[in-house]
Ligand binder design. Sequence first.
Ligand code: NAD
Length: 299
Amino acid sequence: MRRKSKIKAGFIGLGTMGSAMAQNLLRSGMEVAVFDSDVDKLEDFWSIPNCRIASSPMDAAIDADYFFTMLPDSEVVEEVLFGENGAVLKLREKALIIEMSTGSPVAFQDFRKRLHQQHIRIIDAPVGRTPGHAKRGDLLVLVGADEETLDEIRPLLECFGKDIVLVGPPGHAIRLKIVNNYMSMVGMVLTAETLLLAKKAGIDRDIAVKVLQSTTAGKGQINVNFPRKVLAGDISPDFPLSLGLKDISLAVELAKAEGAPLFLGGAARELFALAKPWGRSQQDCTAMLLLLEDLARSS
Ligand code: NAD
């Protein structure tokens, strides 16, 4: 890779995450042309050396070797790339688009196909963690690319990322990001349901939180039981699915008596009840993964 001071980049989307990421790129000495449809977001950038305020995505794409997008969703990314003043009108052959938004994997593959016809490269590099991490340059960056391309851009990603993980070929990083966010968002509901149940059951909230933070439930099955049991090929019952059914049933019944709606709880009980007809009730609770794989195969 050339010295950073010789590299030219475009960066579109200077919101909560993108603003800090673009500023970290600029701090490395790169020349960056920035654009955001909200002019207020440009304010912090006027005084930064090496920064050019672009008038459109097309303008930001002029001379860019690398073109970053950090936008709300795939519809906006499509507009920025292919719209009336879209970047593809000026991006040169072999330029690399680094799409960092959390968007649709289907839309990403469509962009990739369309850009391939114009000899423009695109990879997916969605980020994890918080706006604070973006400011400190400590983001998790998931990369969907070949190794050669990652080697090429690693110094750029390191301007805002501390942990850079090559997930697989283009399109795989955004898939993993969605998998992660599925767990995160369902975890929001599960945590809220759990705290509601504790409150309705008359438990002091501070005590409930403290206890849950110390148990396997709170620490997360992905950290505690799954790696040492089903993922290690061991489904001998430390705690069988039959006992899991008993416990989830107790919770659902308590919730019913106390007037706490448990949406996930009802679905979980149905799944635990399926363990018996599928011949898995005496296997470890983590064999829930195998039960779901059974169900996926049969659907
Ligand atoms: P944001 O809404 O703060 O920023 C998006 C920016 O895009 C805004 O400044 C907006 O004005 C700009 N924009 C919208 N339409 C545009 C257009 N047509 N042309 C140019 N600019 C346009 O969002 P964010 O929090 O920075 O998140 C960006 C992406 O990163 C999202 O996909 C989000 O899901 C993901 N993400 C967010 C976080 C977080 O903690 N906020 C963490 C990880 C990933």
